[in-house]
Design a protein around this ligand. Structure first.
Ligand code: FES
Ligand code: FE
Length: 432
């Protein structure tokens, strides 16, 4: 019998899943058509009429703040002949006017105006039937906007499940919460979307090798190489969710390389964070992915969506998030740190890009596409925390493992096999 695309018994993955156009096409329906997808920070759509253009999978969408303060998400496709009805990246408006023939849609997505409705259409066009297609499910979660095309999807907080406990350690760490630094970084990497998304979900193992030069450069000329390596001890944890989410992290007093201004602010705010979140969550630093394609780094304060662009390309949209109540010098130090590390020009981002692009290039080869990758680290050796760490769900007592990667691919396989409408029953939540 042919081996599964992902085989949880030996932790192996078929390389087909990164290269096959047929699998990619199915993903757009089975994964991106019914998962909760990250759209933008709430701070991009604040007042009535503010809108933001982004994507759900390959589908362009508009996020629009309504008069009642709620958000609606529309497919950015005119109901006449399919042009984008919004060609701006963001702004404030009362209506969206298609640039092709001039159909006008209200902020609520309804078709409000049609040029020559009386003399060319003879008033024979039922405008109520031609509003913009709307994503049926939208959620704002602690300053982040998500949406889902599946009307039967579980609520977003149920979708997060235990992952909320870990994600909140990042989002609730600061008094007053987080907001986006104005502007978004967008860039293209010639790699399959799952490679970076799964890496953020469960691969801290690469950091010690891939990023060693960058970490030494950021630490400065006088740094002792032995002291630069944050991974010399594997002290930390990995969390894996049955919904495909994952998080790898350590418990630290100081963050990465944002500098002394940020360090002082972090120390000053530690007591209130600890009162809110407890000892461990006030000190967590690591990376995570909310399945399928939203990732964050709690040390470096970047969040991003990995928008798929065919089997061999991903378009990254990344924001820096900073505490709303932090003084201007702290926010600016964070901004510069993000530029230096995790941005298109960042040292560390580029290290990752080299690996991701090369892996995809190799998969152009016929023999290479018959290989299987190994995500078997710690398979059969998963061990609960031994030192009092009390996070919920399935947690392994080391920051190096591929348990979360296996969880990511298990969930991916479930959705690819499941019939529409049968993938998200609440009874499924919590099952392993
Ligand atoms: Fe939009 Fe014709 S395509 S008005
Ligand atoms: Fe990396």
């Amino acid at each position: 019998m042919e081996q599964k695309l992902f085989d949880p018994t030996d932790g192996s993955v078929s390389t087909e899943i990164y290269a096959s156009p047929a699998i990619y096409e199915q993903e757009l329906q089975s994964i991106f058509g019914r998962s909760w997808l990250f759209l933008c920070p709430s701070s991009e759509v604040v007042g009535t009429g503010s809108f933001y253009s982004t994507y759900m999978g390959e589908d362009p969408v508009i996020v629009a703040r309504q008069k009642d303060g709620s958000l609606k998400v529309f497919l950015n496709q005119c109901r006449h002949r399919g042009m984008r009805v919004c060609t701006a990246d963001a702004g404030v408006t009362r209506a969206f006017t298609c640039v092709y023939h001039g159909w006008v849609y209200g902020l609520d997505g309804g078709l409000a105006g049609v040029p020559h409705l009386a003399d060319a259409y003879f008033n024979d066009l039922d405008r109520s039937r031609f509003g913009l297609h709307e994503a049926p499910r939208v959620a704002e979660y602690k300053g982040l906007v998500f949406a889902n095309w599946d009307p039967d999807a579980v609520d977003f907080t149920d979708y997060l499940g235990d992952m909320a406990w870990y994600l909140d350690a990042f989002l609730d760490r600061w008094d007053g919460g987080l907001e986006a630094i104005p502007g978004v970084h967008k860039w293209v990497i010639n790699t399959n979307w799952k490679l970076p998304s799964e890496q953020f979900c469960g691969d801290l193992y690469h950091s010690e090798t891939t990023h060693v030069s960058a970490l030494m450069a950021l630490a400065g000329d006088d740094a002792d190489p032995d002291e630069v390596d944050p991974f010399k001890s594997l002290a930390g944890y990995q969390f894996s969710s049955p919904m495909g989410h994952g998080h790898g992290f350590s418990i630290v007093e100081y963050p990465d390389f944002a500098g002394p201004v940020v360090d002082r602010y972090r120390v000053a705010t530690l007591p209130s964070a600890e009162a809110r979140l407890g000892y461990y969550r006030a000190r967590m630093r690591g990376h995570g992915t909310v399945f399928p394609n939203f990732s964050f780094l709690s040390g470096y304060h970047t969040v991003r969506a990995w928008h798929p662009r065919g089997p061999g390309q991903v378009e990254v949209w990344a924001w820096g998030l900073v505490p709303k109540e932090a003084p201007a010098d702290v926010r600016d130090a964070w901004r510069k740190s993000i530029l230096q590390t995790f941005s298109p020009a960042g040292y560390i981002e580029q290290d990752d890009g080299v690996n991701l692009v090369e892996i995809q290039r190799i998969l152009a080869g016929r023999r290479a596409r018959q290989s299987r990758f190994n995500v078997a680290m710690a398979l059969g050796h998963e061990q609960a925390p031994v030192d009092g760490f009390d996070g919920p769900g399935r947690v392994h007592n080391s920051m190096f493992a591929e348990m979360a990667a296996r969880g990511f691919y298990s969930r991916w396989g479930e959705l690819m096999r499941a019939a529409p409408g049968q993938n998200e029953s609440p009874a499924r939540l919590g099952a392993d």
